[in-house]
Design a protein around this ligand. Structure first.
Ligand SMILES: [Ca+2]
Length: 246
């Protein structure tokens, strides 16, 4: 039996249509793979900058505990910036072995309604100390650490890092992975309200430091493992969609 021309034409059209569908699917698949790959390699693109001090102190202040008074002001400054044109500056009077001035903190306390779930996230912050900030003993430099407090004021303090003068240093901690320098029992990384930077004198430091210290660009990003899950999840979802359609 000879097919009518109309039927043949219809079959050809259908073949072209199917081919185009397949082509679109292939192209979409390629894009999805590219997007997933981008997610994997550029987790920072999904980072959230919490504080960059471009609009002022953004709620940051200084600690005034009796044993933690080495920083006595918190202000916006255009003298140094890691991002944008401004940072936060603290006036520092750091005295080794002193009951009041051997350590100090710059910090922000958010409202309970704006508490942060930092579980599994990597938090980072830039710190800058000019000439003299590190102290006079190279083997026992003044240092910094980042810290968090939860809604119950339980604390988590990250690893100490020696001050490097005249360049921005990024302090970084992943809650749940990074070994803390100090942590209160029961600290809840899913309900963080206070974030900050602590400075302190080195163990056998001998020099007093009077001058500014700067903080900028407090950012949180999903840890690499989360990005891997997200990326492979997207590939998985698309793979499932393809199978379902086929
Ligand atoms: Ca800034």
């Amino acid at each position: 039996m000879v097919k009518s021309l109309v039927v043949v034409k219809e079959e050809i059209n259908q073949t072209i249509l199917n081919f185009k569908k397949e082509e679109v699917k292939t192209i979409m698949m390629k894009y999805m793979v590219v997007i997933a790959a981008m997610l994997l390699v550029s987790g920072s693109a999904f980072g959230t900058t919490l504080y960059d001090f471009e609009t002022g102190t953004e709620g940051w202040t200084f600690q005034n505990y009796t044993d933690s008074q080495a920083i006595s002001t918190a202000a916006q400054s255009a003298a140094q910036a890691l991002t944008g044109a401004n940072s936060l500056v603290g006036t520092t009077h750091l005295v080794p072995g002193d009951a009041h001035f051997s350590k100090g903190e710059l910090l922000v306390t958010r409202t309970q309604a704006n508490k942060l779930n930092l579980g599994g996230l990597t938090a980072s912050v830039g710190v800058f100390g000019p000439t003299g900030a590190a102290g006079t003993n190279p083997s026992s430099s003044n240092g910094w650490q980042m810290f968090f407090k939860d809604v119950n004021y339980k604390s988590w303090y990250g690893p100490w890092q020696n001050m490097v003068e005249n360049s921005w240093t990024t302090l970084s901690s992943t809650l749940g992975t990074t070994t803390p320098d100090f942590v209160d029992a029961g600290f809840d990384s899913t309900q963080v309200v206070t974030l900050g930077v602590k400075i302190g004198t080195g163990g056998s430091a001998t020099g007093t430091y009077d001058g500014p210290v700067y903080v900028d660009d407090y950012t949180v990003v999903p840890e690499p493992a989360s990005m891997l899950l997200l990326g492979s999840g997207l590939i998985g979802i698309f793979g499932f969609a393809r199978k379902k359609k086929a």
